[in-house]
Design a protein around this ligand. Structure first.
Ligand code: AMP
Length: 211
């Protein structure tokens, strides 16, 4: 089962991905996490991606498709994946289709998280993430400890106001068309109201997926 989590930055994809993955018995693949780890480790992928990420721009499609293709071939994804933050452009959607086809698989559903821009700006402005395991938090200060792994919470560079504005702009121009691309293709597309408690949103999402 392959499910794409779709929505604006800060819509809650990163919070919901592990919860949905556990409920559905598949692993998560978050390209943002892969890229942030690569940046932190200073690998060639990280060096290539850093500038784009700091500005809030998208990393080039060929880089993303290479990460996704390599990851999905691993045994941990043999039962499928919750894809968090993939896909973000129509060429990525086309590329993912090709990658999955070679594996005899496809996208089962696109799950879109619906949140308005005022709420997004409020959430991202107050967000911290664990520097170690990347769990996102709201209402916690940089320097606090992560509940899951004890790592230090920090602010993401792309959660600064100028980068947030750019990311919302990029979403409208480059990512929003992906929704219609899947709809026209006949893929199951479901939208959930993503405002409310974490557990409530998980329940709504599972219900929308028929679980
Ligand atoms: P995220 O953690 O999903 O918000 O991603 C953080 C940043 O990583 C994005 O703002 C992009 O710069 C980059 N990124 C993550 N996933 C993708 C993707 N599918 N396509 C292009 N860039 C991506």
């Amino acid at each position: 089962m392959n499910i794409l989590l779709f929505g604006k930055p800060g819509a809650g994809k990163g919070t919901q991905a592990p919860l949905l993955a556990e409920a559905l018995g598949v692993a998560t693949l978050a390209t943002g996490d892969v890229l942030r780890n690569a940046t932190r480790e200073g690998t060639s992928l990280g060096k290539k991606a850093k500038e784009f990420m700091d500005r809030g721009d998208l990393v080039p499609d060929d880089v993303i498709l290479a990460i996704v293709g390599e990851a999905l071939a691993r045994s941990e994804y043999s039962r499928g994946a919750i894809l968090d933050g993939v896909v973000r452009t129509v060429p990525q959607a086309e590329g993912l289709e090709r990658v999955l086809k070679t594996m005899g698989r496809g996208v089962d559903a696109l799950l879109a998280f619906d949140v308005d821009n005022d709420e997004i700006v409020r959430r991202l402005g107050g967000r911290t993430v664990c520097a170690n395991c990347q769990t996102p938090y709201t209402g916690r200060a940089p320097g606090d400890r992560c509940e899951k792994c004890g790592g230090t919470l920090m602010r993401r560079r792309d959660d600064e106001p100028a980068a947030i504005r750019n990311r919302l702009d990029v979403y409208e121009k480059q990512t929003a068309p992906v929704f219609d691309w899947y709809r026209h293709k006949g893929t199951r597309v479901v939208t959930v109201d993503a405002v409310g408690g974490v557990g409530d949103v998980t329940k709504r999402a599972l219900k929308a997926l028929g679980r």
